[in-house]
Design a binder for this molecule. Sequence first.
Ligand code: CA
Length: 240
Amino acid sequence: MRLLLVEDDMMIGESVLDALRGEGYAVDWVRDGALADTALRTERYDLVLLDLGLPKMDGIAVLKALRARRETTPVLIATARDAVPARIAGLDAGADDYVLKPFDLDELSARIRALLRRAAGRAEPVFSYGRISLNPATHEALLDGEPVALSQREWAVLEALIARPGMILSRTQLEEKLYSWKDEISSNAVEVYVHSLRKKLGPDLIRNIRGMGYMIAKEPAATRPDPDEGGTGSGTGDAA
Ligand code: CA
């Protein structure tokens, strides 16, 4: 998941950035409203954490411009504890929720998970798909009830695909969810993560749709796949 952090206070920005990266999100951080507006016009984010008092363009104006473009990206506004009118103005301008400063970082993370869940059309906090379950709050992945160790980026690829079974995500769309501006992207990174996820979770889970990208089938396979039955995961034809 890729987030945009809009915060002009260096100390707050750094601590939130650290916390969110620690949770496995790819995070871009901008320190004024004009840069936030540009980022939102050029990149695709899963969620925006938006301070309201900002240099160059205030947060409400950034938010109004986003919603005027009919963008549904979830927006979490950050306001001072006593700033009730600003909070109301933010919610009425299209924000989905708010957090109070100073942040409780655990509460911030929980609100982000709740908004991401809602944006994906889910009510239940844990992803269940066939034999697999993923808990975004603990980053625990289970296969047939047994924990599976996934790297942060393997987790991110799997979460992006499992959030919308049946939807094809291109390599570029997956890269956008994995990397912030500061990260160097190696050209075959997504293929590498998909390969290791297939090794850990079964060859047939993630499908390669030639020329288009990757998807997880809308419905999980009803039974445990038989390793002798071949299947589609023989490791060939992996060029997305
Ligand atoms: Ca500020």
